[in-house]
Design a protein around this ligand. Sequence first.
Ligand code: ZN
Length: 663
Amino acid sequence: MASNRWSESEAANLNGELELRVYSSRLLGSDPDLVLHGGGNTSVKISQQNLFGEEEEVLYVKGSGWDLATIEAEGFTPIRLQPLLRLAQLESLSDLEMVNQLKTLQTRAAAPTGSVEAILHAALPYPYVDHTHADAVVTLCNTPRGREFIEEIYGDRMIIVPYVMPGFDLARKVATLFQAEADADTIGLILLHHGIFTFGQSAKESYDRMITEVNHAEQFLRQHGAWDLPEDRVVHTGYDSIHDIARLRQQISTLTSQPMILRCDTSPTALTFSQHPDLATITTQGPATPDHVIRTKRLPMLGFDAAALSAYASAYQDYFEQCRTEVDGGESLQMLDPAPRVILNRQLGMICVGKSASEAAIVTDIYHHTRTIIQRAEKLGGWQALSPQEIFEVEYWELEQAKLRRSGHQRPLQGEIAWVSGAASGIGRACVESLLAQGAAVVGLDISPIIQGLFERDDFLGIQCDITDPDQLATAVSKAVLAFGGVDMVILNAGLFPGGTRIAEMDDALWRKVMSVNVDANLTLMRESYPLLELAPAGGRVVIIGSKNVPAPGPGAAAYSASKAALVQLARVAALEWAESGIRVNTLHPDAVFDTGLWTQEVLEARANHYGLSVADYKVRNLLKREIRSRDVAELATALCTPLFAATTGAQIPVDGGSERVI
Ligand code: ZN
């Protein structure tokens, strides 16, 4: 059941209508069965003085780009109420012009554009209005007897609004129905195939009503045996070819003309659903609410291979051609990419596709809710979503097309995937940060367990792994591919730097250990990643973190210098062998990077003493007299992966402030 999360003691500390609006909006946003990823919106009408000292009614409505779960006062857009109400009286208004009007009627220019449902909020004559696409309500709506069920549950308390696409027409429809049908008992609206509105004199009243009314829908589902979902019974047993996933990612990226992230959800729930005996029947209807259309597309793809994908793409093309003929100005519509956003596969469960890792994560969340909604609706007479034409009109809404035209700047590594070894600290960690900042999804490998919790975000996966152990490495590679769909860039950074040992005292075991980490493990990682890099949509890239010791070795560092020299030769041969696969392999030679775990204050002092220098002078012992930081190395490693270096392979670049021994 949706729980009522209102706390009198928390609310008692809030001042004014807007703070209470923020508070109860966040309560709604904190329950994913009510509000999911930017869905839903809320408002409050406040009377306030304008610059001329006149009282003016202002609608504070959720601004676009804000999520109810985390919204703040500045996320509500203040819009003059009276002109909004006049707009609701117009016979017609294009949605683009409506948004233009919302923008020009704001009382604070810097506020975000108000929700497209602003006029609808304005038309409801209550101070507080709450709107969600609650799962339980849309489940009932998306069944053949949906309207009947809704009438049975809500009686006269709710006005039932037949489906109209969000935008001006819906606002006008609601305004008309409200005037005709509302009475003292009316506490809200049910928008068929869309969601629920409640309103009230106070933030609490409106919120309480939302929770109570959604719970009535849930109770109905329970009473009709449509609440309990089938038990999860399938467990992930591995998948024999991760290369198939990377190949599918390459094909999807070709369809979308940009690198895409594929996120495999192999949870028992996802697998059980993907093995549903009637999967084809139950998933070929459409999304639960218009809000999901853009994220999940109309239908998931079933199956996995190139044939399934090309069938999906051509079905999408047909859907576009057929539906656009019924839309005004449909001839001028640009077809969106024909790639799926949700793929259901018996072995892999649910694979969600996004232009970034966070987009793929959102699709995953939304489709998990869709799956639940479908399964419950099936028990209530069948899943019956909007018609393809109605879905098309949302997908190709003029506001969405305008948004597409605006979406200009993309970060250089958006949609791409990087693996970084030795990622928990020093140069490796700095590489992770730099790659994330450029839009890549990153898998960090490290022998230290701290890698797992290094960053809590959708575009990072930390895997604890001893890269000298081939079994651990194979497991890590498999996990990494399931997380994001493949690999585009590999940063080979993990390395051992043992303390000074002269050759005369060199111990065989130490020599072997340094070689096994600095050379052998990198060979294995390169070999295992090669077939995946070959499938990178924009061409694979490998960056080797070498060392100044390669061109300018020092006494006492035989194992380190020899291992790094071997690694660099390996990289040069890889550049030769892999060029024909479009894979670029370049090497950086950092020197004297002191902000890493290797350099304690003690070691620094000892080294500085050895040269008769202060620590400060020792740190800048290079031609440019500049301290070299992990970040300097990381930024260059990342830059090597961008198109700036599209024509460069087999290069070795120093990051050392200039060294007279090497220049
Ligand atoms: Zn809505």
